[in-house]
Design a protein around this ligand. Sequence first.
Ligand SMILES: Nc1ncnc2c1ncn2[C@@H]1O[C@H](COP(=O)(O)OP(=O)(O)OP(=O)(O)O)[C@@H](O)[C@H]1O
Ligand SMILES: [Mg+2]
Length: 288
Amino acid sequence: MIEDQASSLRRMNQSRLIKVIAVTGGKGGVGKTNVTLNTAISMAQQGKRVMVLDGDLGLANVDVLLGLRVVKNLSHVLSGECTLDEVLVEGPYGIKIAPATSGSQSMTELTPTEHAGLIRAFSELRSQIDVLIVDTAAGISDMVLSFSRASQDILVVVCDEPTSLTDAYALIKILNKEHGVFRFKIVANMVRNMREGQELFNKLTKVTNRFLDVALELVATIPFDENIRKSVRKQKAIVEAYPTSPAAIAIKKLAQQAGSWPVPSQPGGHLEFFLEQLIVKKAMGDIR
Ligand SMILES: Nc1ncnc2c1ncn2[C@@H]1O[C@H](COP(=O)(O)OP(=O)(O)OP(=O)(O)O)[C@@H](O)[C@H]1O
Ligand SMILES: [Mg+2]
């Protein structure tokens, strides 16, 4: 029995539990993809093996931002044409990217079963990784909710616009009330200073404390920084193109912290990325 489970872990080719972080926000254009990529690259610079899932399945963001050439994408994994490992492309510092399709309506209209199929495909991953960061689409579609729910940590990116706060609140509310998520990590982006970041966080918690049973934590305050736009135009990440700029420093700090967020060692009772791995680890622990 133990031998079976050990060989199952070997088949998954993972020696350690994988940390999974979703980056979401409700509103479009708040900086989700930039936070995802720069956190991923910073964690790779800090020695972690990192993978990024472009969870905006119908409107590829991640590979475009890095100017990478993509041949196969997640639609080919879904159709069974190839495995997840076969669609991965390599980005800066060896980060691995699972690319989405560009301009595919059908990929934005997947059924919950198809989302679950994609999440389960990660259990078959053979590439060794320590961290998976999932960039999600704007909005509160099933796709965004499935990917967020299946992650261990949910980063909610907000900026100082009323619609960003209302959309973030709507997303937190639905994840809490309908999917039982209680903890959210907030990233205040495009702010003028730390105080503005804290005020933004206070505005959000004022409403969540009143109406929801959730715990929010402000994990990063990223300043508005022209160098982000400049690096997007260069198809580079800011932590690579302008590593000493204010936004790059804030994101590197976030990545450093994220490295020490604990990885749960027990399955949470719902569909998660790398669920099989958690079940096997737990069973092995129970037997010992
Ligand atoms: N801290 C920042 N300072 C200045 N500009 C920023 C900052 N963060 C993001 N931006 C800019 O905001 C725009 C949107 O960023 P990004 O594409 O990361 O957002 P998104 O939330 O992923 O958008 P979408 O919902 O469309 O996927 C980009 O032009 C980016 O350059
Ligand atoms: Mg995006």
